[in-house]
Design a protein around this ligand. Sequence first.
Ligand code: CA
Ligand code: CA
Length: 298
Amino acid sequence: MLITKDKHQFAMDKNSVPVTQIDLPCKLTFETLDCFSEQINCAQDTIESLNFDRVNPASGPVYLNKVKAGDIISVNIRDIRVNSPGKMIAAPGAGVLANLITTSETLIVPIENGIASFKNLELPLTPMIGVIGVAPQGDPIACGIPGSHGGNMDTTLIKPGSTLYLPVQVDGALFALGDLHAVMGDGEIMVSGIEVSGEVDVTITKANDIEIKNPLIKTDLLLAFIASAETLDQAIETATREMAEFLTKYTDLTINEAGMLMSACGSAQICQIVDPLKTARFAMPLDVLRKLGISIAF
Ligand code: CA
Ligand code: CA
């Protein structure tokens, strides 16, 4: 089933009217606008011309039949197809280099045959999803904000071949996604990756054999807990603690042993450090988890 890009929302909201209802397991294709809702189309369209009420659209939401609050869904990302051109911005006061940027600039990035042309530099595409999640239990959360419901996690691991596990907070989940990046580095330090519209193919199933409170991502190489908080320190601490709890729950490791194993071969990583809340992850190699005998869902 195709979810077209004209059906989108700017907040994850339990009161959003679903664009469709579907039984699990399901295969869906989401067509997405870029994060600017296509308001930036040439180098003269700078950030000052943006209507910020229309930033970070997420296509959907989709109501997942028989999915209840408290369930876990797994979202396998089968493919991401990005459109040309990509768009990047620099803006005074925005991002990690905020104080060094004195003028606004928009860069239009042509994309062809798996390559993004950043001026004369050819960059291989690393397509990923910036905004993906479910409706929160409480007040609506703008699509620009990440949290335990997912949202604007801007995590480079949310890419083709990966599976994202999300804790469902309201019946039907109200799943939505958007904010594709053709190329983005960890941190998203200038607040934009190479922003694109495009299409995403996903398969959604229930995954009630695991218990998680925050999003969990599995790639072909690793498993990582994703957490968002006011500061990067808090986000890393939460993600690290969740991995430690996961290891002590599903293996016979003590907390000391789990911590030492994580310190030996795990990795605390930055997702993004420019959104209203910061997002970090703690990753463990899948081969180590397999050696530990953790088989649930993996
Ligand atoms: Ca984003
Ligand atoms: Ca973005």
